[in-house]
Design a protein around this ligand. Structure first.
Ligand SMILES: [Zn+2]
Length: 144
């Protein structure tokens, strides 16, 4: 999660990520496997392409791992590009955008945005690397 927005993302890439689901999967896959693939189940480092976009499938035990597996975007009920938009604004920019505003911008239900914000909150709270200031800022955004 921290890793996700650690690097500066160019405005051009952001535009793509906010509108293109495939691009999000590609981006997540790049981050996830930047040091190569290791199967979570058997430790094998060889993989082929899996069924979903940019997923990988272990060549030994056939366990498949999607690009979103282990991220807050896993099992997301709405387009990952929209989830990405929310996550980016909450985590990276500390924008004070209410869930109503997210809902309006992304044509989603307010409840959907609220639920996803809570998911981000849980993920962020489980991170140790955040400073107290960052935690306070995130808390403020997420409760608005
Ligand atoms: Zn395996």
């Amino acid at each position: 999660m921290g890793k996700l927005f650690n690097n500066e993302i160019s405005p051009e890439l952001l535009d793509e990520l906010f509108t293109n689901d495939e691009k999000c999967f590609e981006f997540l896959a790049q981050l996830k496997w930047e040091n190569g693939f290791t199967c979570k189940k058997c430790g094998n480092t060889n993989a082929c392409a899996g069924k979903t976009p940019f997923s990988k499938r272990c060549t030994k035990c056939k366990t498949e791992e999607s690009a979103t597996n282990g991220t807050i975007f896993h099992n997301c009920k709405f387009p990952v590009s929209k989830a990405f938009y929310i996550a980016y604004h909450v985590c990276k920019k500390n924008d004070d955008i209410s869930t109503y505003e997210f809902a309006r911008r992304l044509s989603l239900r307010q409840m959907t945005c609220w639920n996803f914000k809570n998911k981000i909150k849980t993920a962020l709270n489980s991170m140790d690397s955040l400073t107290e200031n960052e935690k306070t800022a995130i808390e403020k955004i997420l409760t608005s």
